[in-house]
Design a protein around this ligand. Structure first.
Ligand code: C5P
Length: 223
């Protein structure tokens, strides 16, 4: 008998890429088309960062970080095919999650092993959550989904685009972000760096419309 792994009972699309490569729009469109659950792991790091900043807990203070994590209760709500992490029943607005302060500091907190391990358990538990809610699969976006979170899934996609294009995308959305700085930390950190798995399908989103990107990925899913 093969071991019982999430890949046995659920289709998992691992969608990785740097900031502003189009992951969220692509993941949500795929989730709607396939009736899958959409999971944005970037938002997990953002909400955790927000909570720690609220309590003035610095990334350097591991003792306080351990204490703070023990007090957090994680729950999940669903809205229009997307799963949202709530911490102590607090669901943050998009504005809070994408505030300049969070943009500036999220990659620093996301480099800490303690915090990554904490979220990894939660992220992996979402396969059972999706299965219980009768979804046929999940689309999980992030930086380390194909390499660390779900390395056994055969459906791995890596989105990329030139840095200048990505910076302009955020500017056009009216967002103050630090894409260069976040990318540098995310790519070079020792733990779970942003990486393209060798078995991932690579798509340059500067060369395709959203519909085209979704169509390319759907072909993989139906193979
Ligand atoms: O995807 P988004 O840009 O919202 O992610 C915010 C930050 O969270 C990233 O810059 C990265 O530091 C961190 N992150 C991560 N691993 C993931 C998803 C996000 O380290 N799987």
């Amino acid at each position: 008998m093969p071991p019982e792994t999430p890949e046995n009972y659920l289709k998992i699309i691992a969608l990785d890429g740097a900031a502003a490569t189009g992951k969220s729009s692509t993941a949500l469109a795929l989730a709607k088309k396939l009736d899958f659950l959409h999971v944005d792991t970037g938002s997990h790091f953002r909400i955790l960062t927000y909570h720690l900043l609220e309590q003035n807990i610095s990334a350097e203070n591991s003792r306080s970080l351990v204490k703070a994590l023990k007090k957090l209760i994680l729950t999940t709500s669903i809205e229009d095919h997307s799963a949202f992490l709530e911490i102590n029943s607090d669901k943050l607005s998009k504005e809070s999650l994408r505030s300049f302060k969070v943009n500036q500091l999220v990659s620093k907190y996301a480099s800490i092993k303690l915090l990554r391990d904490f979220l990894l358990i939660y992220q992996r538990s979402l396969t059972d959550f999706a299965n219980d809610k009768n979804y046929a699969g999940i689309v999980v976006e992030g930086r380390d989904i194909g390499s660390i979170v779900f390395p056994n899934t055969p459906l791995k996609i890596f989105l990329y685009a030139d840095e200048e294009i990505r910076i302009n995308r955020r500017l056009n959305e009216g967002q103050k972000d630090v894409i260069k700085e976040r990318d540098a930390i995310d790519k070079t950190r020792k733990l779970a760096p942003l990486t393209c798995s060798p078995d991932a399908l690579r798509i340059n989103t500067a060369n395709h419309s959203l519909d085209e990107v979704v169509a390319l990925i759907l072909k993989e899913v139906s193979l």
